[in-house]
Design a binder for this molecule. Structure first.
Ligand code: DX5
Ligand code: ZN
Length: 230
């Protein structure tokens, strides 16, 4: 993975057919996905449950691009090794998930994987400041984590702008997760984001039998951002 700030679309397989992940992943990648975003939920840190390391390992062989694993779990540290072994390229942990996020990011880096820091909508951008040297990615949540298909929280756009300034020329991706559509995507890329997670907006109306809809949805987001990146 070489670092650049070009716009990357990362469909969240939370909105895919859970009985058919292999073919769903092949379809979104063939239709233009840059990364594959994998939402891990524990029914404790967030009020929903998805899947763990064995599922990640099983889908890894279907991913040709980047496996971007978003851990919405607490505690995080006991599971980092397992997600690294499952083949994640990026492992993102939440600032709010425990008292030792600095240690968590160190532990992710120690596995040789890229380390991501996620900030909930209620967490101020300043929380990232002491951690920048340990981050390869910062994920600004534009919904409260737990579910796909929620409404974009507009108050987070200023946070993205401040984060972009704070990062300066450090090689840190700014990822936005939640409520991304062709309408909201240009707002976040104009504020400095380069990775756009999108679940419902990518998978809506498509299927492995109709993958061209995924392509159309991905292109609609990408095109909307064309004139809006800083
Ligand atoms: C929310 C997840 C997101 C979610 C995005 O907790 O982290 O990745 O799947 O879904 P949409 O794009 O539908 O808001
Ligand atoms: Zn996510």
């Amino acid at each position: 993975m070489t670092f650049n700030r070009s716009i990357k679309i990362a469909p969240s397989i939370l909105s895919a057919d859970f009985a058919d992940f292999g073919r769903e992943i092949a379809a979104i990648e063939a239709e233009g996905a840059d990364w594959v975003h994998v939402d891990v939920m524990d029914g404790h840190f967030v009020p929903n449950l998805t899947f763990g390391p064995p599922l990640c390992k099983a889908i890894r062989k279907h991913i040709k691009t980047v496996m971007d694993v978003h851990l919405m779990i607490a505690p995080v540290d006991p599971y980092i090794e397992a997600f690294a072994d499952a083949g994640a390229d990026i492992i993102t942990a939440h600032h709010e998930a425990g008292p030792h996020i600095h240690r968590t990011l160190q532990a992710i880096r120690a596995t040789g994987k890229k380390a991501g820091l996620a900030l909930n909508p209620g967490t101020p951008v300043e929380a990232a400041a002491p951690l920048l040297d340990l981050c390869d990615l910062i994920c600004v949540m534009t919904v409260n984590p737990g579910f796909g298909g929620q409404k974009f929280i507009h108050s987070q756009v200023d946070k993205i702008r401040s984060l972009r300034k704070m990062i300066g020329d450090r090689p840190i991706h700014i990822e936005i997760d939640g409520g991304i559509t062709p309408e909201t995507a240009p707002l976040v890329t104009a504020a400095g984001a380069d990775v756009l997670v999108a679940g419902s907006a990518v998978f809506a109306g498509g299927s492995v039998a109709k993958p061209e809809v995924y392509g159309k949805n991905i292109r609609a987001i990408r095109t909307a951002t064309a004139s809006a990146q800083t």
